[in-house]
Design a protein around this ligand. Structure first.
Ligand code: NDP
Ligand code: 2IT
Length: 446
């Protein structure tokens, strides 16, 4: 690292103790930016790194709610409003027992650069709670969401900060949150995205992250005159992103042989067909069951506590959570023939895993580029809401596809300009950063 990036990284670690995921996200970005600071001293002069690593605002609040037994429960809610220099704060809400400030800050920090890459006017933010929706009744989830919004509403608005879904927050949670927003404020504005169709949601938003991740892989493959047809793919997770990544891989002629959840992984060497995928959607979105049931239903292998990364493959799509591929697992992937990794999840690869991808010159699409289709389509949902319009499926999907093609082009060219062609991580960090940094300079010191 240059002296400047080194110094700021040390300050970040010192000022934000016990936030390892945030340190990791900052380290990766700062490392990539070294050649930028060598070329353009204006960023250091304006103390852009010191400013961009410090959230504009962090809101932490109590979320009390009453469970079905009449017991009072207390969770912690938070929203990190990280950077608004190119648009209103935008980013999801995560409900998971592991949620803490460091995790929300890593996600918010990544979101700044991801949103910048979409080419839309969206700043970076993220929020969530340590509430665990697993095993809760719909009524409990509703009461929690109502309590969460009863505090959050005063900090957000359609042109201020627009949350959406992430792990543990899907259409059900967004519906309850929006209902409470409407009750308190009476306003129909796009204060949340990922809404259901009936009250302003966009077609293709549910599919957008997964589809976009596969579109990004397709663009990377094109640079080697290749495509997904006939390729064996490993997908992790079995939630929103994994489901629609699988669907798009099928559309493009690939074969998906794995899915997983936090309990284990299934391996279906015949490939997940559309019928089997319909079963997964019903299992996960309606019955809220475990992926183990897939193995029982279709008589395939289930590995308790297992991960998909041990099987022969050409392409991997990590779509579950952060740090789900470590250096050893990355080596196994490459040894088994994997030469494409497109990240549906946020920061699913450790720094050691990324080193393995880069050393082996595989096609590696980092999350902030490869999974930007979700937030980009959230931007399209906002555009439809502000215009009181509702676009058809083809229109939204075409726009999503165009955005992913453009992100790929921007990232590819930035990597080439900085002398590392094919290094999508470097390209994504540099291109995402420069737009935001320039906007910050143009707006003066604040
Ligand atoms: P969901 O809640 O729909 O699904 C999450 C999936 O990942 C589930 O299968 C879950 O298993 C698994 N998972 C979660 N935590 C862990 C863990 N600690 N270890 C192993 N497996 C885990 O979330 P999404 O599909 O929306 O999100 C998946 C990833 O994609 C996240 O990294 C998210 O930040 C990212 N992302 C999401 C976007 C979106 O639009 N939704 C946009 C861009 C990125 P289980 O059910 O057992 O918990
Ligand atoms: O990580 C992400 O980009 C998301 N969870 C989606 C954010 C959004 O505002 O749609």
């Amino acid at each position: 690292m240059s002296n400047y990036t080194d110094r700021v990284y040390e300050q970040v670690v010192e000022k934000n103790p016990s936030q390892p995921e945030f340190h990791q996200a900052v380290e990766e970005v700062l490392d990539s930016l070294k050649p930028v600071f060598e070329k353009e001293p204006i960023f250091e002069k304006n103390k852009i790194l010191e400013r961009i690593t410090e959230p504009e605002r962090v809101i932490i609040f109590r979320v009390p709610w009453v469970d079905d037994n009449g017991e009072i429960q207390v969770n912690r809610g938070m929203r990190v409003q990280f950077n608004s220099s190119i648009g209103p704060y935008k980013g999801g809400l995560r409900f998971h027992p592991s949620v803490n400030l460091g995790i929300i800050k890593f996600l918010g920090f990544e979101q700044i650069f991801k949103n910048s890459l979409t080419g839309l006017s969206m700043g970076g933010g993220k929020g969530g709670s340590d509430f665990d929706p697993k095993g809760k009744t719909d009524n409990e989830v509703m009461r929690f969401c109502q309590s969460f919004m009863t505090e959050l509403y005063r900090h957000i608005d359609g042109r201020v900060d627009v949350p959406a879904g992430d792990i543990g927050v899907g259409a059900r949670e967004i519906g309850y949150l929006y209902g409470q927003w409407k009750k308190i404020t009476q306003k129909f504005v796009p204060v949340l995205t990922g809404k259901s169709r009936e009250y302003g949601g966009s077609l293709v938003r549910p599919e957008a992250t997964g589809y976009g991740t596969v579109y990004f892989a397709q663009e990377m493959l094109k640079t080697r005159n290749d495509d997904l047809k006939g390729k064996t793919c490993l997908v992790s997770g079995s939630g929103n992103v994994a489901q629609y990544a699988t669907e798009k891989i099928l559309d493009l002629g690939g074969k998906v042989v794995t899915l997983s959840d936090s309990s284990g992984a299934i391996y279906d060497p015949e490939g997940i067909t559309r019928e089997k995928l319909a079963y997964v959607l019903e299992l996960k979105n309606v019955r809220r069951g475990r992926i183990k049931e897939y193995a029982e239903e279709f008589g395939v292998e289930y590995v308790k506590g297992g991960q998909p990364w041990v099987y022969k493959t050409e392409a991997a799509f990590p779509c579950a959570t952060q740090n789900e591929i470590n250096g050893e697992e990355a080596k196994t992937l490459v040894d088994n023939g994997c030469f494409v990794v497109s990240e549906g999840a946020n920061m699913p690869s450790t720094i050691e895993a990324i080193d393995v991808y880069l050393e082996n010159k595989i096609l590696y699409g980092p999350g902030k580029a490869a999974n930007a289709g979700g937030v980009a389509t959230s931007g399209l949902e906002m555009a439809q809401n502000f215009g009181f319009e509702s676009w058809d499926r083809e229109t939204v999907d075409k726009r999503l596809h165009r955005i992913m093609v453009n992100i790929h082009k921007t990232v590819y060219e930035a990597a080439k300009d900085y002398g590392e062609p094919g290094n999508y991580m470097l390209g994504a960090n540099i291109a995402g950063f420069k737009k935001v940094a320039n906007a910050m300079i143009l707006q003066g010191h604040w």
